[in-house]
Design a protein around this ligand. Structure first.
Ligand SMILES: Cc1ncc(COP(=O)(O)O)c(C=O)c1O
Length: 478
């Protein structure tokens, strides 16, 4: 099979796509489509380079990228192989390890108060670092240039110029190839989920959700009459085997594969492949909530599920809440090409809910290069601000908690060491004006998880982080 595939591997020297990337994409496609199966051996770097008539470094780069993403493994002297872990199907066990259905909403979860930003407040990017003056100029220019046509009804799926800008951005930054008509602009994540539910689900159908998971998701599906299947999350992300055992015929899985909310783990490549395989066999849907992949400060995130989706099962959800600011209420959904008509019918009824003036402003912000520059600055800033909080916590509270490692994101998870009740602690902190959340309040099934979720993006100095930690320490030590 390997020999056959490699014999058909042709490079196009006229293409703008660099040669190493062409090799990378062909091999990745062959693995995703099952032409190259787990454990098959690839030719040596030197062998392939000579067969293809390219430099060794070109093949080395392609193999290196595929290894970093987990598609290939080096087995030393024995050579380079397609990873063994891909597509391991779980054994069917009789006992259901996962509790299903009728799960109450995590009751103690609190949404943030309006008004001044509180220390540790979750879900906020660094608002002080947002280029407000530039944004004001862009929106004012849009306003001044308003045409008569722009006063009529806007397109229900979002302005074309914004959808085109998103297509371009997703291609460059996440390797997702899609057309503007596949993109739907929505007024935030909740509106996006409502659109997905209306277009694809019937009441009573089962949906896998991560447990613990983002507390906004479960009430949305419960309110729409869906059966909730909480699926545990471990170090490799959502436990797909557990979902398949608990409810193999679910209609949808909703998850945060790049940076699991709230545990921060990444869905392993083996599980990505298993999930895609399950969705294809069951004709089920996957909602990939890629809410903060831009806020990564070490390494590159794994390619999104959407970029591996050959069967049109993945709906990709992104948001401008973390990259720009949450008050925009602007998110976007990329749907499979075959589903565009169904989504268009639903969005005709609902409208997109985002003012066209702001959509045009965001399109301008992206097309003018400001978006990319802002993200680059933010990655460095978040790394710095996270380090301040981690240092302050370690110096003051090392006896009580440990800071979980993370490669990205704008909130921190700390595990409580002693027998604290995280929920009680969060409530007390809340009363003192510290906007902390308890990990167990993000959990649907009863569990021994005991941790705190802390936002750090708005600490503008080490001393600010230190002062907030001192206030938290006073509560813990009391
Ligand atoms: C897990 C997760 N998904 C999605 C979102 C996006 O939400 P919205 O676009 O409504 O601000 C967030 C924002 O905090 C989030 O944490």
């Amino acid at each position: 099979m390997t020999r056959h595939f490699l014999a058909s591997l042709r490079l196009d020297h006229q293409q703008a796509e660099p040669l190493y990337r062409q090799i990378y994409l062909r091999i990745k496609d062959a693995i995703v489509q099952g032409t190259l199966v787990a454990n098959s051996r690839l030719p040596s770097v030197r062998g392939l380079a000579s067969d293809l008539g390219v430099a060794r470094a070109t093949v080395e780069n392609a193999y290196g990228a595929l290894m970093a993403e987990g598609f290939l493994q080096s087995r030393g002297q024995a050579g380079t192989y397609v990873s063994a872990q891909l597509l391991k199907v779980p054994e069917r066990r009789e006992s259901s390890a996962v509790a299903t259905l009728s799960t109450p909403a995590p009751s103690a979860f609190q949404s943030h108060p309006a008004g001044p930003i509180q220390p540790f407040q979750l879900g906020l990017p660094a608002l002080d670092a947002f280029p407000r003056a530039l944004w004001q100029r862009i929106v004012a220019r849009q306003l001044r240039g308003t045409t008569m046509a722009a006063l009529a009804h806007p397109p229900p799926n979002g302005l074309l110029e914004l959808r085109e800008a998103i297509v371009h951005y997703l291609h460059l930054s996440r390797g997702i190839v899609c057309q503007p008509e596949q993109v739907f602009i929505c007024a935030g994540y909740q509106a996006l989920l409502e659109l997905v539910i209306n277009a694809l689900l019937q009441p009573g159908e089962a949906v896998w959700l991560e447990d613990p998971g983002y507390p906004v998701t479960q009430p949305m599906f419960s309110a729409a009459g869906m059966q909730i299947v909480p699926v545990p999350v471990d170090k490799q992300g959502m436990d797909i085997s557990a979902g398949m055992i608990a409810r193999p015929n679910a209609r949808m899985a909703v998850l945060t594969p790049t940076h699991q909310s709230p545990l921060g783990v990444t869905l392993s490549l083996a599980r990505r492949m298993m999930l895609l395989d399950w969705a294809t066999r069951q004709s089920a849907w996957i909602v990939e909530d890629d809410y903060d992949s831009e806020c990564r400060y070490y390494g590159k995130p794994l390619p999104p599920l959407k970029s591996l989706d050959r069967q049109g099962r993945v709906l990709y959800a992104g948001t401008f809440s973390k990259t720009l600011f949450p008050a925009l209420r602007m998110a976007y959904l990329v749907v499979p090409a075959e589903q565009v008509a169904a989504f268009e019918r639903c969005s005709q009824l609902r409208g997109c809910g985002c003012p066209p003036l702001l959509q045009a402003g965001v399109a301008d912000f992206i097309n003018g290069g400001h978006f990319y520059r802002h993200l680059k600055r933010m990655r460095l800033l978040y790394r710095q601000r996270r380090a301040w909080l981690a240092q302050a916590l370690t110096q003051r509270l090392a006896d009580y908690l440990t800071v979980a490692p993370q490669a990205g994101g704008i909130q921190m998870l700390v595990h409580l060491k002693a027998a604290f009740n995280d929920s009680e602690l969060a409530k007390k902190a809340w009363q003192q004006g510290l906007s902390i959340q308890a990990l167990s309040d993000w959990q649907m099934s009863a569990s021994a998880e005991n941790g705190l979720l802390l936002g750090f993006a708005n600490f503008t100095s080490y001393h600010e982080a230190e002062r907030a930690v001192a206030r938290l320490a006073a509560i813990i030590e009391r």
